[in-house]
Ligand binder design. Structure first.
Ligand code: ADP
Ligand code: ADP
Ligand code: ADP
Length: 213
């Protein structure tokens, strides 16, 4: 399947995507994870992206489209994919259409992680991640076995620099202004499935499985 996950920061995209990936054996491309890795490695791309990310603004369309174009060439992404956090603007969605048209394939479903803004601050400020895998925890809702330590590797967890209440405000503004039109773009083609993303993780997983079955 060829899937897109869309939703505001903290809506649960990164939490559900490994489950979808394991069940449907797809490639998982998260532009946020790829950008953070580039920032940490101080690559030219990372250096260009860092300022916007720190402020909670979107990185330029050209940069992220380039990353996705390159990543989609991986052999594991030929039969299907999950795009997590891309496209985030209508321009990105149009570029993605062009890319897919060349390959003669189409997006199957867009999973919309619908949720009220008011819930997101607690989710974002309690989030801890394992940087190399993107595995996500929450101090209250999904605590690791040992605080600050990844369950699988025993490596340390980090908090993202942009996971503060102040930066969340800008990220939500960007979501409403620039990303909500992407949902309309795919709605017009009947591709959008709305999830109740405020429910507990397992219930959201059940909804995802229903949509994909
Ligand atoms: P979250 O999962 O919390 O919504 P991400 O990890 O997807 O956040 O993104 C973190 C930051 O990376 C964004 O605030 C933005 O600056 C940048 N970013 C990620 N994906 C895109 C994209 N498709 N277009 C533009 N900027 C992006
Ligand atoms: P996104 O990738 O959309 O930004 P995440 O999947 O990283 O969101 O989730 C944000 C935070 O909320 C994480 O700390 C995660 O553990 C927690 N979380 C995810 N889904 C739920 C849920 N359904 N209920 C409560 N907390 C959740
Ligand atoms: P600064 O030097 O300004 O603190 P960094 O380059 O260390 O910035 O990191 C930028 C952001 O990316 C921070 O929010 C940090 O927590 C996060 N980060 C750093 N390394 C990684 C990584 N390998 N994977 C995911 N996120 C990372």
């Amino acid at each position: 399947k060829r899937l897109i996950l869309v939703g505001p920061p903290g809506s649960g995209k990164g939490t559900q995507s490994p489950i979808i990936k394991d069940d449907y054996c797809l490639c998982h491309l998260a532009t946020g994870d790829m950008l953070r890795a580039a920032v940490a490695a101080k690559t030219p791309l990372g250096i260009k992206a860092k300022e916007a990310m720190d402020k909670g603004e979107l990185v330029s369309d050209d940069l992220v489209v380039g990353i996705i174009d390159e990543a989609m060439k991986k052999p594991s992404c030929q039969k299907g994919f999950i795009l997590d956090g891309f496209p985030r603007t209508v321009v990105q969605a149009q570029k993605l259409d062009e890319m897919l048209e060349k390959k003669g394939v189409k997006v199957d479903k867009v999973l919309n992680f619908a949720i009220d803004d008011a819930i997101l601050e607690e989710r974002i400020t309690g989030r801890w991640i394992h940087p190399s895998t993107g595995r996500t925890y929450h101090t209250k809702f999904a605590p690791p076995k040992v605080p600050g330590v990844d369950d699988v590797t025993g490596e340390p967890l980090i908090q993202r620099k942009d996971d503060t209440a102040a930066v969340l405000k800008s990220r939500l503004e960007a979501f409403h202004k620039q990303t909500e039109p992407v949902i309309d773009y795919y709605s017009q083609r009947g591709l959008v499935a709305n999830l109740h993303a405020e429910k507990p993780p397992k219930e959201v997983t059940t909804e995802v499985e229903k949509v994909l079955s």
